[in-house]
Design a protein around this ligand. Structure first.
Ligand code: ADP
Length: 521
């Protein structure tokens, strides 16, 4: 020390009095000097530290970093205010802010390293504490905000929300509860919830409450029941209530969400009464329509009857005239007479069809069904149509096996067959054929009248059974008939527990099938 210059002593005093640890190191990291602050910060006395590697102070995992710093300094670099962890002699972690710089001799060669370390452990701790405090404050603020939002939500909910303690007293009520029940918040607090139940049901309410608290399951109250609540002024209103239990130290609290459904009930009632009046109106109209239909059928039946009498007179006298027993008719008279006969026959056919249909629709047509030999009725029907078919050069043929028994009304079965056969002949060109066949299918006999005529478009095959529906013209271009024949056939077949349908290929011919109950022979 004695050979030190006063400048060196001055410098050493400054180093010793510094608050920061000031160390000298070789380029390989061996500590060469150690001041008093270094002892304070790292816990080692100077004689313990000098001659040791600086890694003595390394916090586990930081050794690599020390080597990195040494490398930087060997190459003339510096490290400024780097915050690193270091180990105190007592094993505790300390945080230091490190500045390293190379020590250069007068010829500019790096001969060592100076290290200044400031203990910032306390600083970091207070920073952390501050952070924690700020975080806690932020959390508290967020909690207050969430709580406020939650409150607002509850206060402004469209439903009344009440919480009731195990004794049945209200402990929480929202703003909607005040307006819904007409009590102030103060009045509601502590009020027995049973007072909100109409008088008639009030006595039973405590036991319902207790049963609910015992079951402890969230559920709607009074499912499928019309519930009512009572206001402070005694007036009642319909409600829907949902209950949920909440277990607390002193027992089960129940939260009730109560919805005033007055408007909805009113709307429902209005819809119901509208529906009822609509149904009554509909029923009345239906009855009126039925009555009018009946009247129409009766009118048609009576007018047809009235028309037939004079028509028979016309036809009868026309036939007499045609016999020419009272003198020969000239050609013109014969032509006129022919027109009278054809048109009055057509008119008679039309009137008969209208009469039949009216009677069927008015329920005035009664059938007399009995077991019949099908072949006999088919034979009779073919005989009736044969003159017409022959006049058109259309052959009528029969299937091989027709000897089945059916249950039917003979007259009406003849009418059906005659209709189908005459249609077949009517819509078939000369040289064509109409055939009748039959087959047993389970408990039915299916009878088929097929022809080789014009055919019907598939989409028309159902509509032809409608009243007055006619598809087209006969092969000779005349719209013969009334459009009622198939409608009558359909009614007659169905009245005899059968069904009728058509299948056809345009230009190739048609098949009309109908079924009748089979009677085992
Ligand atoms: P119509 O008195 O006009 O024959 P129908 O009710 O018996 O009345 O028949 C309705 C329509 O169905 C006929 O006008 C005709 O267009 C069609 N139709 C019926 N039978 C046949 C058939 N065998 N071939 C082709 N078309 C037919």
């Amino acid at each position: 020390m004695n050979d030190r210059t006063s400048a060196e002593r001055w410098l050493a005093a400054i180093v010793e009095s510094s608050d920061d640890a000031i160390l000298g190191m070789t380029l390989t990291g061996i500590i060469t000097s150690w001041n008093a602050a270094a002892t304070r910060i790292f816990g080692y006395e100077s004689q313990e530290a000098i001659g040791q590697s600086v890694s003595l102070l390394a916090w586990p995992g930081e050794e690599e970093r020390i080597n990195l710093f040494l490398g930087i300094l060997c190459h003339g670099g510096r490290v400024d205010h780097s915050e690193v962890s270091r180990k105190h002699k007592n094993g505790k972690k300390i945080l230091v802010s490190l500045s390293l710089s190379p020590i250069v001799d007068s010829s500019g060669i790096i001969i060592g390293i100076s290290k200044i370390a400031r203990d910032i452990t306390a600083l970091e701790d207070s920073k952390l504490r501050l952070n924690l405090l700020t975080q806690q404050q932020a959390n508290a603020r967020a909690e207050i905000l969430a709580e406020r939002r939650y409150r607002e939500l509850i206060e402004n909910a469209p439903d009344a929300i009440l919480q009731v303690n195990p004794a049945g007293a209200i402990v929480i009520a929202n703003c909607t509860a005040e307006t819904m029940f007409g009590y102030t918040r103060d009045e509601l607090m502590g009020l027995g919830v049973d007072l909100l139940v109409p008088k008639a049901n009030r006595a039973a309410h405590p036991s319902h409450r207790q049963a609910f608290a015992k079951a402890g399951v969230t559920r709607p109250m009074g499912l499928e029941l019309d519930l009512f609540a009572q206001r402070k002024d005694g007036s009642k209103f319909p409600v829907e209530i949902s209950l949920s239990p909440m277990k607390m130290e002193n027992g089960v609290h129940v939260t009730a969400v109560i919805r005033d459904v007055t408007d909805r009930k009113l709307t429902e009632q209005r819809v119901r009464s509208l529906q009822e009046s609509y149904m009554t109106e509909l029923e009345a109209r239906h009855k009126e329509a039925e009555r009018l239909n009946q009247l129409k059928s009766e009118f048609m039946a009576s007018i047809s009857h009235e028309l037939r009498t004079p028509l028979h007179t016309i036809i009868g006298f026309a036939e007499l005239l045609a016999e020419q027993s009272d003198g020969e008719l000239n050609f013109k008279q014969q032509r006129f007479l022919h027109h009278i006969q054809v048109d009055s026959e057509h008119l008679l056919g039309l009137i008969n069809d209208v009469l039949d249909l009216s009677r069927i629709e008015a329920g005035g047509l009664h059938l007399h069904t009995e077991p019949l030999r099908l072949i006999k009725i088919i034979g009779e029907s073919i005989n009736a149509i044969r003159p017409y078919a022959e006049s058109k050069s259309v052959a009528i043929t029969m299937g091989d096996d027709l000897d089945f028994a059916v249950i039917a009304d003979p007259m009406r079965l003849r009418q059906i067959l005659y209709n189908l056969l005459s249609n077949g002949a009517k819509f078939t060109q000369p040289g064509g054929e109409v055939n009748v066949s039959a087959v047993v299918e389970e408990d039915k006999v299916r009878i088929t009248v097929s022809d080789t005529g014009l055919g019907i478009a598939p989409e028309e095959c159902t509509r032809i059974f409608d009243k007055f529906y006619q598809v087209g013209f006969t092969p000779v271009g005349v719209r013969e008939g009334t459009g009622l024949g198939l409608a009558i056939c359909k009614q007659l077949v169905e009245m005899q527990k059968g069904t009728i349908w058509a299948e056809s290929v345009l230009g190739k011919g048609s098949k009309f099938h109908f079924t009748l109950p089979h009677n085992q022979l």
